[in-house]
Ligand binder design. Sequence first.
Ligand code: HEC
Length: 280
Amino acid sequence: MNKSSITLKGLVLGAVMALSGGLSTAPASAAVVGVEPELQSWTFAGIFGKYDSNQLQRGFQVFQEVCASCHGARLMSFRNLSEEGGPLFSEDQVKALAAEYIIMDPELVEGERAATPADGWPNPFETERDARGSNSGAFPPDFSVLAKARGVSQKFPFWAFNYFTGYQEGGPDYIYNLLVNYVDAPHDVEVPEGQSWNAYLGGTLAMGPPLFEGIVDYEGDVFPETVEQYSADIAAFMMWMAEPHLASRKEMGFRTITFLLLLAGMMYLVKRKIWSNVEH
Ligand code: HEC
């Protein structure tokens, strides 16, 4: 290979890398060195993808019964749970749900009141110190946008294809794979006190395995009460929390592209018409 072709290759690679850094829809993620992630087929993937409200309801149940004792969701209000495109609980269900929670309100004589649908999701801990104190010094991150702050890391050239396939489910895929990969640590690894081994991370973290078979009781027996099913449902719910308007955003994108294609076609015809009488 001669010198100039090396330079050209370097230039192209450099440009691709710069573009990927600037435009990537996949969020930067921690370097994952563990087992290869198993990518799931999400209902909200692809141009016409939409959330499955039943799955979001199950995911909310997992959140409420398991994760919410440690993780907050400060950008979510109770009433979001009944909005279009979300879990679609009825307004009465949301009212009843909110009334189960207490909001601290220093302006009231009693200092507290029952929550209403307009209230934000209450934090499980009053301060970050309390949260760390209960979790061997680690802070359980807020769920509101966590699904957008994580992603599976893919080897070159796979991430380059993502521009064309529209893959944007790195967050939920990361969460799913994290949750299903709590296994015994390899023999040569010593896991420190308060930490748990996770095969997907290929390392330890300060969250023990939160899910076990049967821990959440789903209504009816259509959906298996397995760690895999719970993990998929909570991951979908977290994606909705982080990006509640996904479907309308995709629809808008599709309309815009269709419009631009039609416009391009029309401009081509106009150009042909204008130039049709000109000798060339
Ligand atoms: C007993 C408290 C507790 C419960 C219950 C819990 N977590 Fe966590 N979680 C933590 C802590 C602490 C961390 C921070 C771990 C660290 O930084 O090492 C964490 C971190 C995470 C992370 C981020 C990992 C990363 O990439 O940094 C995710 C995702 C997560 N939890 C999801 C869940 C889900 C989903 C549930 C419910 C099924 C759940 N957690 C239940 C305490 C908890």
